[in-house]
Design a binder for this molecule. Structure first.
Ligand code: NI
Length: 235
């Protein structure tokens, strides 16, 4: 006989609250789990068993497997040896680690890029700022922010540096999304984005790098405060 599922699983509440607006079962499972992870309703380390998820969310195992794969690609889910898929751990220490890496890599990439940035590349960065102004979804906002930053670094001409930069920006994404989901999108420092782009247009690499460093420092402080407040709330 199959063991009965845990009667007080938080997954039941997820299934009940999920909006019926998804085109496919995979999208439904992905969006439902993503929202729960970002909002902290499924804490880091929570096991995500395919069979249990399929049963509780009322779908077959195929879309669950695909959704978990997509969430893993977004760093929201980790697949651990002998344990399977679990909700990725996020922590103040990990966020600080990622900020330190971003602070080392991104100003360097920006300085290298600015002298070679074309008008088309600056226009693309400008269009991404405009898109962020009206983007309501924190998940999409994370992607747009990453694309904006990478657009400014695009002309750096150092493929290994850019690959490392993009990798850590992507890893950082979950913190930005988490932060935006909890704090609202007005927390996006769009004035910094505009100031960086304007400095880039004037060819002022050092000024743009200084704005970027302050931009990252302020974001790091805001996220550290956010974690401290969450911990104080949980205590
Ligand atoms: Ni930014």
């Amino acid at each position: 006989m199959k063991p009965a599922p845990d009667p007080v699983s938080p997954l039941d509440a997820l299934a009940a609250s999920a909006a019926p607006r998804w085109r496919t079962a995979t999208e439904f499972v992905e969006a439902t789990l993503k929202a729960a992870i970002l909002e902290g309703r499924l804490p880091g380390g929570t096991p995500l068993r395919q069979e249990e998820l399929a049963e509780r969310l009322g779908v077959s195992r195929m879309p669950v497997r695909e959704a978990l794969r997509q969430l893993e690609a977004q760093a929201l889910v980790e697949v651990l040896p002998h344990r399977g898929a679990v909700v990725a751990e996020i922590s103040a220490a990990d966020a600080a680690d990622l900020f330190a890496i971003r602070r080392a890599l991104e100003p360097a990439a920006l300085r290298l890029s600015i002298p070679h940035l074309t008008e088309a590349q600056r226009d693309q960065a400008g269009a991404l700022i405009t898109a962020m102004d009206v983007e309501p979804d924190p998940g999409r906002m994370g992607l747009l922010n990453r694309q904006f930053h990478m657009a400014l670094y695009a002309a750096a001409g150092h493929p290994r540096l850019l690959a490392l930069t993009e990798q850590h920006l992507a890893a950082f994404d979950r913190y930005l999304r988490f932060h935006l989901a909890a704090q609202g999108r007005e927390r996006m420092a769009q004035q910094d984005h505009r100031a960086m782009l304007e400095a880039a247009a004037r060819g002022e690499a050092a000024a743009a790098a200084a704005i970027l460093e302050a931009h990252l420092d302020q974001a790091a402080e805001a996220i550290a405060r956010f974690f401290a407040a969450r911990e104080a709330g949980a205590a």
